[in-house]
Design a protein. Structure first.
Length: 133
């Protein structure tokens, strides 16, 4: 129902949708980076070991930082791509595990919702012919 409501909305609502999507995406990506840092450097469930787990975790932190930059810029297609790259290798696995780190999966789903908000706001702005910031 969101696309139908967005069609009737004015340019101001589209701008608010894009801004809200950017802020939610930025916060979600920053939260993912913080949780991966906690997982690597202060994990209460296991001792830190410099092996493949550390390398994968650092890679996910870099991916989260790139996702935060894409969210801040409002690049909705990059946000979709980064969601799938970050979520399906490890995000889904961590999401289904018990413990505090399952929040990584929830934050990545919030990031996907933010990408949808930015996308709908941009598409509807283009249809109405308003200026995109």
């Amino acid at each position: 129902d969101l696309p139908r409501r967005a069609c009737r909305a004015g340019p101001r609502v589209h701008a608010v949708m894009r801004l809200t999507g950017r802020l939610i995406g930025l916060a979600a990506a920053a939260g993912v980076v913080a949780l991966w840092a906690k997982f690597l450097f202060g994990n209460p469930y296991a001792s830190p070991e410099p092996d493949r787990t550390f390398l994968i975790g650092v890679t996910m932190m870099i991916g989260g930082a790139i996702a935060a930059a894409a969210a801040a810029y409002g690049a909705h297609l990059a946000m979709y791509l980064l969601f799938f790259v970050m979520f399906f290798p490890l995000g889904l696995y961590v999401w289904l595990t018990p413990g505090v780190f399952s929040a990584i999966g929830w934050l990545q789903l919030a990031y996907l919702g933010a990408a949808v908000l930015v996308h709908v706001g941009i598409v509807q702005s283009k249809r109405k012919g308003s200026v995109i910031d």
